[in-house]
Design a protein around this ligand. Structure first.
Ligand code: DOR
Ligand code: ZN
Length: 352
């Protein structure tokens, strides 16, 4: 069995920087034509000039012959000015601005402390059609970690959407039935991305076989009923939901330790893992829309040309991959993955 689709785009990806970046970008470029690159470097990518320089470093790190296109984002801070937005909006390589509530996740310390401070900036984004990409969790320590996304909708996102009319918003890596329901009732300018790990795993995965740091990410995995709601949304055919892996590599030693980092690396097999989830939902025919059409359409980019073929053939994911001076442990490390991307030379030999 095989499935041929338009080459997909990963609308939410962490590539990091330096030598480690060169190791991980090749995984994404193997399968995806484009990716929206997160700006939470140290220091964060807060200006159009910094995004442009980062983009060039990514292109320089690509394997030879790759046409992979990085779509850049700016990191919103309390100090991001409307002028900076005007400059970013004029740059065709910049597709959005990322909101990290300060302290919500990895490298978010420079994020926004109070949305009131950036309303003129958000209004300028709205005027220039530059989307806001949202990490949707409150940072209030009094709110239970499993409720932070739901509370964010009520306290922050819903009021924001009212306050800045026409602002286009990507609710990133949604994890709850509440988020699915909220997106469905919101205006069409509101869309959401969904990761492969939130489609395939529930919160039991963090604790099965002993505490597993490689299943720790933010927003944290939720109950199975939420996973089912996400799978329903992803396979609904609704263009408001699309692919964003949130593949977020950390060196093994930064995961397998006390106070380990949040982030799941899935770029080695992202499309293949989504195919598993869609197959389980009997919805393989809807994978192409989710992976290759809806995101491009939202961002106003042409759909990719060409084709990519997935084959229903099991393989074993390695225990680790190179990651600069260290290694990264991928999702499903040492385990079986049910699909693989066909090599170009093999495609002609597949039965129809
Ligand atoms: O798990 C996560 N890892 N969630 C995020 O929001 C950030 C990411 C990272 O950069 O490691
Ligand atoms: Zn992310």
């Amino acid at each position: 069995m095989h499935l041929t689709i338009t080459p997909p785009d990963d609308m939410h990806l962490h590539l990091r920087d330096g030598r480690a970046m060169a190791d991980v970008v090749a995984h994404t470029a193997r399968t995806f034509a484009r990716a929206v690159i997160m700006p939470n470097l140290q220091p964060p990518v807060t200006t159009a000039a910094a995004a442009c320089a980062y983009r060039q470093r990514i292109i320089d790190a690509l394997p030879e012959g790759s046409n992979f296109e990085p779509l850049m984002t700016l990191y919103l801070t309390d100090l991001t000015s409307p002028d900076e937005i005007v400059e970013a909006a004029a740059d065709d390589t910049i597709v959005g601005v990322k909101l990290y509530p300060a302290g919500a996740t990895t490298n978010s310390d420079a994020g926004v402390t109070d949305l009131d401070l950036v309303i003129p900036t958000l209004e300028t984004m709205s005027e220039h059609c530059l989307p806001l990409l949202v990490h949707g969790e409150v940072t209030d320590p009094a709110v239970d970690i499993f409720d932070r996304e739901r509370v964010f909708i009520d306290r922050v996102l819903a009021p924001l959407v009212e306050r800045v009319p026409d602002l286009r918003v990507v609710f990133e890596h949604i994890t709850t039935a509440d988020a699915v329901a909220w997106v469905l009732q919101a205006p069409p300018r509101i869309v959401a991305t969904i990761t492969p790990h939130h489609l395939l795993l529930d919160r039991n995965a963090i604790f099965s076989g002993g505490l597993d740091p490689h299943h720790y990410c933010l927003p944290v995995l939720k109950r199975n009923r939420h996973r089912e709601a996400l799978l329903w949304a992803a396979t609904s055919g609704n263009p408001r939901f699309f692919l964003g892996t949130d593949s977020a590599p950390h060196p093994r030693h930064a995961k397998e330790c006390a106070h380990g980092c949040a982030g799941i690396f899935s770029a080695h097999a992202a499309l293949e893992l989504y195919a598993e989830a869609f197959e389980d939902a009997d919805a393989l025919h809807l994978l192409e829309g989710f992976a290759s059409h809806h995101g491009a359409d939202f961002y106003g980019r042409p759909r990719n040309g060409g084709a990519i073929t997935l084959v229903r053939e099991e393989w074993t994911a390695p225990a680790t991959y190179a990651f600069g001076d260290a290694v990264v442990v991928p999702l499903r490390a040492g385990g079986t993955i049910r699909w693989r991307v066909a090599k170009e030379e093999d495609v002609g030999t597949l039965e129809r």
